[in-house]
Design a protein around this ligand. Sequence first.
Ligand code: UD1
Ligand code: CA
Length: 457
Amino acid sequence: MVAVAILAAGRGTRMKSSVPKVLHSLGGRSLVERVLFSLEEIKPERIFLIVGYQGEEVAETLRSRYEHMEMDASLEFVTQSQQLGTGHAVQQVIPHLQDFDGDLLVLNGDVPLLRPGTLKDLLTTHQEQRNTATLLTANLSNPKGYGRVFCGTNNVVTQIVEHRDCTTAQRQNRRVNAGVYCFRWGELSTILPQLEANNDQQEYYLTDVITMMQPVMAVDVEDPQEILGINDRKQLATAYEILQARIKDHWMMEGVTMLDPGSITIDDSVILEPDTVIEPQTHLRGNTIVRSGSQVGPGSLIENSEIGANSRILTSVISDSQIGAGSRIGPYAHLRGHAQVGANCRVGNFVELKNATLGDRTNVAHLSYLGDATLGQHVNVGAGTITANYDGEKKHHTTIGDRTKTGSNSVLVAPITIGADVTIAAGSTVTEDVDSDALVIARSRQVVKPRWRLNQS
Ligand code: UD1
Ligand code: CA
């Protein structure tokens, strides 16, 4: 049986932020959410989240996110009202695990890059070797800030000393504590109450239990990047770089071409099909999917959207929208609010679509705003066509039938329904519904007065 305690009560002073550290976002997910994801292969019986600083907010944010994670155990929040150290934080679960006879996995809420396999291996080693405690360590070229792990023979840990409590000689040790531990709960629960706060910070350090336990084993992580702890914004940026490299390497191995990957960012919730090409300065976020054969960028931002197969997106911003196969978007198009573009459409320069549906083969090539509109197939929207959807109070809908052509600079005042095969003359302001197969001219006639010149004094 395995229970997990995630330490997330600290404020994170070094972040210099009003937001609790563990809620800071790393590639679209909070730090602590990422820690929860790293439990994927463990299937714990119980999961405790130790909260304190802005605990309600942390709990609230996580509760809603946790529903979408496929975990069997429910998330139990335990409050540590005063943040007296990592050892004190773990003491808070004692009343909740009175009769528990298994292992407790303790994780720091600010270590977001752990791979699920790493935790699984650590736990397996811990159980197979029958250790009292097993902790994850790494050899870092720059160990500054981490607790140093001192071992005897066979990786048996003798002591962990925090960076600030180390002597100059001790600081030479590059083996650091990752903040990831497996404990036999029976032993840990009797030792925890004996902790003392004899250190530079006057805190109860979890790391001090190690000297009171036997045997404790250190296991080196294969990839030291996984154990990066986030204490300040520089480390947050470093973590983001590592995460991005992982995500992009993955997709390139899956058959995605990236031009200048360093300038591209991709959330780990994004899905890319083989033979897509992602061009420089392109950012893919949230639940975005790009289907096979499409080319996105350069210079595009796609959020929570689906790009159909063989489409081409150039220098555009697309959010919460869907693009059908073989369509061309941009340059400089903005699609938002559930825009739905059919197959083989063209949405061109300086066109904004909001909550607009375009049937297949419909073109909106230049300088248009279509908001709250439903367009049929093969419609041609002339340059500068605008749906006037807002009357100052409410939004209204525009409907346009198949094969209709709107002239340049038409204004369609909603609510309005234009039938199929309609032609609207350039410069028209259309305020009334139009039946199919009609020509609409809604503008004043041109007046020309020959041989006329302004009298200038
Ligand atoms: C800790 C370890 C250090 C290790 C490093 C790895 C201790 C004493 N030190 O140091 O050996 O190398 O992590 O990243 O454990 N927290 C609480 N309640 C508290 C204090 C902290 O819940 O009273 C939480 C924090 O929110 C954070 C985590 O525990 O998520 C770690 O605390 P932090 O202060 O960042 O510890 P480090 O100094 O990084
Ligand atoms: Ca830390």
